[in-house]
Design a protein around this ligand. Structure first.
Ligand SMILES: Cc1cc2nc3c(=O)[nH]c(=O)nc-3n(C[C@H](O)[C@H](O)[C@H](O)COP(=O)(O)OP(=O)(O)OC[C@H]3O[C@@H](n4cnc5c(N)ncnc54)[C@H](O)[C@@H]3O)c2cc1C
Ligand code: FES
Length: 219
């Protein structure tokens, strides 16, 4: 992992989300599901973001602006610079036979890069509105549903599920697909195991999501 200063190539709207594209330089994009800590201008702590796209000279991040850090990231202009640290954590295990990508809302963020690395397998994506669903354009071979239909209703049996989304969605996937790989979230301060800010209890065991995850086996 490396912490480097990188310039913004573009910051584009995609439905209610923002696609932040930064120059890659010599940074390794890592494995899909891994994340980067992005400096949020004017904020003390960086913010964790999954890598969304990894074209040859760029790193792309899909951002939902929900608070001061993400607002600052979404307001960056081309040419402005930020510190980028990563890749961090454990990504998805790519040695699966019949992959199905499952994403909910901003949880689709790691799926475009995952889809590319797995050869564009089928995907099912759930969003809360047509506007949010505009982001589905980033994921090839995707079947899209809008609430009140839930994405978990679209998961056929017998596939290798790789999922990212809100906690209730992940819990539902976990219940129906015990072999699934799930990308979890928790607020993070350091991103590399030093602060314990991301510790979560899973089945009675404390895990630091930044180093033990964010991708964990459902079982
Ligand atoms: C490994 C990882 C990958 C992520 N990838 C992406 C991504 O690709 N795109 C994206 O938009 N967001 C992603 N996130 C979430 C993103 O990091 C947070 O939304 C961001 O840090 C919020 O910062 P803020 O200052 O805008 O809002 P804050 O003021 O920090 O938070 C706003 C509200 O959201 C809650 N919150 C903040 N962070 C989290 C979190 N991680 N989990 C649950 N609740 C939280 C806060 O408690 C608060 O209620 C990821 C998080 C993790 C841990
Ligand atoms: S974010 Fe610091 S230990 Fe995980």
């Amino acid at each position: 992992m490396r912490r480097e200063r990188r310039s913004v190539v573009a910051n584009e709207r995609l439905g209610p989300y923002t696609l932040l594209r930064v120059r890659r330089g010599g940074i390794d994009p890592g494995v899909p599901g891994q994340f980067f800590m992005l400096e949020a201008p004017g904020r003390l702590l960086p913010r964790p973001m999954s890598l969304c796209l990894a074209p040859p000279r760029e790193l792309g991040f899909l951002i939902d602006s929900i608070g001061p850090g993400t607002q600052a990231l979404c307001a960056l202009e081309p040419g402005e610079e930020l510190h980028v640290l990563g890749p961090l954590g454990n990504g998805f295990e790519l040695g699966v036979e019949r992959p199905l990508l499952v994403g909910g809302g901003i949880g689709i963020a790691p799926l475009p890069y995952l889809s590319e690395r797995l050869g564009k397998p089928p995907a099912v994506l759930g969003f809360r509105s047509d506007l949010h669903a505009e982001a589905a354009v980033l994921v090839p071979n995707a079947q899209v549903c809008i609430e009140p239909t839930l994405v978990t209703e679209l998961i056929p049996a017998g596939l290798d599920v790789l999922a990212c989304g809100p906690e209730p969605m992940l819990e539902a996937v976990r219940a129906s697909a015990p072999a699934a790989q799930l990308a979890w979230e928790a607020p993070m301060a350091c991103g590399y195991g030093a602060c314990y800010g991301c510790a979560v209890e899973i089945d009675g065991v404390l895990k630091r999501l930044c180093v033990d995850g964010p991708v964990l086996s459902a079982a």
